[in-house]
Design a binder for this molecule. Sequence first.
Ligand SMILES: O=C(O)CCC(=O)C(=O)O
Ligand SMILES: [Fe+2]
Length: 309
Amino acid sequence: MLTTCYPRPTLLCLPSNHSPNSSFPHRVNDLSMQPKSTGISRRLVIGQYKQYHNTSIDLPLNRTQPFGLILPGPINSSSVIDQSVIIRPTSYEILESGMILMKNHINLNEQVEIVNICHKLGVGAGGFYRPTYGSGSKLRLHMMSFGRNWHPETKYTQLYRSDGSKPPPVPGVLVSLVQTLIQDARARVKSPYEIPSMCPDICLVNFYSVVGGLGLHQDNDESYEGLTKGLPVVSISIGDSCEFLYGHTRDKFKARKVLLESGDVLLFGGKSRLIYHGVNKIIPDSTPLSLLQKTMLKPGRLNLTFRQF
Ligand SMILES: O=C(O)CCC(=O)C(=O)O
Ligand SMILES: [Fe+2]
């Protein structure tokens, strides 16, 4: 049964065939024509980036210093000389019952809009910060939450720890996008019941620098009801690729490995809702050049995981 969420605006840049009710055919994805990334072009873009802002792009920022995903300033893309293209087709792979990977499923314009939304909300009050345990050790990522705040020690709370501000709701355009992604996934698995529908009211947004990562864990802090129904986690990856691990135990050496690239969507629900998963490593310099040119996204990987509490 389809869960109805309101509001349901769509991303402004969605292609015309991107209707919440159409799961087939494949959505148009203009990343298939993205300029090929080479060291030279990337160095030019990043060189410009540093030149404009006269700052290190790898500064270890913390919450006392606002953390954004992009830096302001014009990009002179005419100096990027490599115009060759690579074809990255869309495809999908069932990894486990209830767990599906849809490759290259989010198009470039959607990725750009998601980066801009996360940058805008992340740089302000209650935005990106680096969660710290009582012991003083820190997660190897910057994080912010929509809907409810999540922290490794307090789990879900209504308020942010750092400044007491209320987390913004999941942006309506993303609610709508996620519902479409769930329909797309359900249309590709053997039985749609493998992946129940859900209405995302929480989103954890992680940004990993090139030295970031996340140990194997289960996402099990959502409501007992949602977990027992197997309501899926919907994960969108943007920017640098990562080696993503998943398995039935916390043992890293028994885990399977899959590459998550910019535009990939991973869903795990139903029987896989409590699968162990983690980010083993970020692959440096793997952000598609076209995305870099359009956003000046910092080196690293943006990941959004949508859930229903
Ligand atoms: O970055 C990812 O792909 C996974 C993030 C994750 O597992 C989480 O936020 O719980
Ligand atoms: Fe997780």
